[in-house]
Design a protein. Structure first.
Ligand SMILES: Nc1ncnc2c1ncn2[C@@H]1O[C@H](COP(=O)(O)OP(=O)(O)O)[C@@H](O)[C@H]1O
Ligand SMILES: [Mg+2]
Length: 230
C-alpha cells in the first residue's frame, strides 16, 4: 500500500532522514520505534507532505504522491494523527470531526461507525475539544483521521500522556482497523509493550536511519526492547 524509496530529508543543513526504504502493507501495522530525536515525526510529516522531501519517492497504492501537498494526500487516502493530537480546542467534537471531512463537498455526514469505534465521542459530541481529557482528545484525533476513509493511517505516539485504560481501547481499535484489510497502518511509538503487541512489521530508527527491521513476532527474539533501552 505504501512504498518509500530513498527518502532523504533535511532541516536547514542537518540531514534528518538518511535514505529510508520500506513498505507498509495492507492489513498490517508497521511500527516505527526509536528514541527521541531520531526523526520519527519528521518521517510522518514527510509521508503527509507537511514538509516537502528533498530526495526519494513515496508511492501510495501504486500512485506517486511524492510531490502532492497534504490536502491532495488526504484526498488520495492518507490519514494523519499528529503527535500531540492537534485537535481544535475551541471547536466542538462534532466540528473537529467535520474538519476531517473538509475536503469533501459540504453535506457529507460524519460516518456513524466512528461513534461505534469511539462511543465516548457520541456522548461528548457538543463539548468543546479543549474540554476533553487527553485520552478522549486522542480518540477524537484518530476518528478525525478516519473520517475521510484513509487507505493509509499514520499515527505519531498515540499513547503519549494517556491513561492505561484508554491506551488499551486505542490498541483494540488499531488492531481491528488493520484486520479489516482496507488500510495500512504506520504507528510511531516509544512505548515498547504497546508497539510489540500491535506490530506485524517493525522498523527501528537511529539518527535518521533504519537500523533494524523484521516481523512483529520476532521483536523479542531480535532484542528490540534492549535496542530501545541502550
Ligand atoms: N522544525 C524543525 N527545524 C529544525 N530541526 C528540527 C525541526 N523539527 C525537528 N528537528 C530536529 O530533527 C530531528 C528529528 O526530530 P523528530 O523528527 O521530531 O524526532 P522524533 O519524532 O523521533 O523525536 C531532531 O534532531 C530535531 O531536533
Ligand atoms: Mg516525535
Amino acid at each position: 500500500m505504501l512504498k518509500v524509496e530513498g527518502l532523504n530529508q533535511y532541516y536547514g543543513g542537518s540531514h534528518i532522514l538518511r535514505g529510508l526504504d520500506f513498505e507498509a502493507r495492507l492489513g498490517e501495522v508497521t511500527v516505527v520505534l526509536g528514541r527521541n530525536g531520531v526523526g520519527k515525526t519528521t518521517l510522518l510529516k514527510s509521508l503527509m507532505g507537511v514538509v516537502p522531501i528533498k530526495a526519494g519517492t513515496i508511492t501510495l497504492d501504486g500512485q506517486d504522491i511524492t510531490k502532492d501537498v497534504p490536502y491532495e494526500r488526504v484526498r488520495k487516502g492518507v490519514g494523519y494523527v499528529p503527535q500531540g493530537r492537534e485537535i481544535f480546542g475551541r471547536l466542538t467534537v462534532e466540528d473537529n470531526l467535520r474538519m476531517g471531512l473538509a475536503y469533501k463537498s459540504g453535506s457529507t455526514p460524519i460516518p456513524a461507525e466512528l461513534f461505534e469505534l469511539f462511543p465516548v465521542l457520541k456522548q461528548m459530541i457538543h463539548r468543546r475539544g479543549g474540554d476533553l481529557s487527553g485520552g478522549q482528545q486522542q480518540q477524537l484525533a484518530i476518528a478525525r483521521a478516519l473520517a475521510a476513509g484513509p487507505k493509509l493511517l499514520i499515527l505519531d505516539e498515540p499513547t503519549e500522556g494517556i491513561q492505561p485504560s484508554i491506551i488499551k481501547d486505542i490498541g483494540r481499535v488499531i488492531r481491528m482497523l488493520a484486520d479489516r484489510k482496507t488500510m495500512a497502518i504506520v504507528l510511531v511509538e516509544q512505548y515498547y509493550d504497546f508497539a510489540e503487541e500491535l506490530a506485524d512489521q517493525y522498523l527501528v530508527m537511529e539518527r535518521g536511519e533504519i537500523i533494524a527491521r523484521g516481523r512483529g513476532h520476532e521483536m523479542q527474539a531480535n532484542g528490540v526492547r534492549e535496542l530501545m533501552s541502550i
